[in-house]
Design a protein around this ligand. Structure first.
Ligand SMILES: O=C(NC/C=C/[C@H]1OC[C@H](O)[C@@H]1O)c1cc([N+](=O)[O-])cc(O)c1O
Ligand SMILES: [Mg+2]
Length: 214
């Protein structure tokens, strides 16, 4: 039977990347996506911006919405201090199955908790079920029409504190117009756009970094 693109991406990682070496896993996926098949990872160019925001935030508790194959999961986890934790939510069980193997190959599994399910259902359970108080950093990279409702849900659930950072992928392409309008006009956020390109292409895209002001 035909393999899927995530399965072929995992195959490349297991064939070419060094076990336990997150940078090698990232490099292998970027090479696969440039030379073989495009895939919707945040990619190398926007990935550098993600790295700098993670490093600058120095977060203890991170939430990622939209795991896909685990590329940004590995990127973020590899930059976290020892006690820090990353919770990543993925709706699609096939993607989750691949991501778990990519995360383990990279050797960052001890810092990562991958939870399968819909973000709208799981966000309200973060405190009770996952022992989270607030998130220092949230990386939004899931369905683009869920960015705004899930942000409002995180506010309502008290998961954001003064200084929490929201970093959103794809605010230009595919685009998240309602989310952008909200974070750029709400008095509760200080927003900044990092211009870049859609992963592995010359099409404009960018990341929006928004600081929750409490
Ligand atoms: O749809 C995108 N991401 C949504 C991902 C959705 C994932 O989260 C929920 C769903 O189960 C899926 O696994 C996307 C699409 C493009 N694109 O160019 O089409 C580029 C990107 O960086 C993207 O994150
Ligand atoms: Mg994306």
């Amino acid at each position: 039977t035909q393999s899927t693109r995530p399965q072929r991406l995992l195959g490349a990682v297991q064939k070419k990347a060094t076990r336990g070496n997150p940078r090698s896993v990232i490099q292998t996926i970027d090479q696969f996506c440039r030379q073989r098949e495009w895939a919707m990872n945040v990619g190398d160019e926007k990935g550098c911006i993600l790295d700098s925001v993670v490093t600058e935030t120095n977060p203890t508790t991170v939430l990622e919405l939209g795991t896909y194959c685990g590329y940004s999961t590995v990127r973020i986890a590899s930059l976290l201090p020892p006690q820090a934790r990353l919770i990543t939510l993925e709706f699609n069980p096939d993607f989750a199955r691949i991501a778990r193997q990519v995360i383990t190959w990279a050797g960052v599994q001890d810092k990562v908790e991958l939870v399968e399910g819909a973000s709208g259902d799981l966000i309200p359970k973060m405190k009770a079920q996952f022992g989270v108080n607030t998130f220092d950093l949230v990386f939004l990279d899931h369905w683009k029409d869920r960015y705004l409702p899930d942000t409002k849900l995180m506010e309502e659930c008290g998961l954001l504190k003064k200084g929490s950072i929201l970093l959103a992928d794809n605010v230009i392409c595919p685009g998240t117009p309602d989310y952008l309008e909200y974070v750029r006009n709400s008095p509760r956020y200080q927003s900044q756009y990092f211009k870049s390109h859609l992963e592995y292409t010359k099409v404009e895209d960018g990341l929006e970094k928004s600081v929750f002001l409490g």
